[in-house]
Ligand binder design. Sequence first.
Ligand SMILES: Nc1nc2c(c(=O)[nH]1)N[C@H]1C(S)=C(S)[C@@H](COP(=O)(O)O)O[C@H]1N2
Ligand SMILES: [Mo]
Length: 156
Amino acid sequence: MQKKIVILLILIMVLTGCTKEKPSLNIVVDGKVEPVDTEIIYNHKDAIVFPAVVRSSGAKPVETEYKGIELTKLFETLNIDITNYSKVTFNASDGYRIILNVEEITEPSNVYLTFERDGEILKSKKEGGNGPFQLIIRRDPFSQRWVKHVNEIILQ
Ligand SMILES: Nc1nc2c(c(=O)[nH]1)N[C@H]1C(S)=C(S)[C@@H](COP(=O)(O)O)O[C@H]1N2
Ligand SMILES: [Mo]
């Protein structure tokens, strides 16, 4: 009887472990797909917390705090010189996509890749969240271009 319970518990642990996807992000530079070590994002020394007003359809605007890394700083860490490019495409796992000019990204304190909201790691789409990574454009008060579930960044 006890043995059965132990086996059942192990089975549950294995199954839940398998269904929980690891956050992933790819950067495409010069046509080459480079997976980003997500620990670089989570542990970045320049990650900051900033206030943001979230406007989600069918809900009142909510004042929140996001934590994230300014995109220019992430590119610096990855040794990518963004000034060699003109456009950056952000793709999300649900097919959503936006394209930004490099000038908009290099505007100081504007474009952030975020991973925490109000002190909690962003949940994936599957878990009902906006994450695991969400692009936030702080100078864009309407959040159409705040890309939820970003999983690919293409430099062109
Ligand atoms: N991945 C993804 N990001 C997205 C969207 C989307 O459909 N998918 N919708 C955009 C729009 S139009 C708005 S207003 C905000 C908020 O979307 P929500 O109302 O679905 O929360 O997210 C933006 N980012
Ligand atoms: Mo929207």
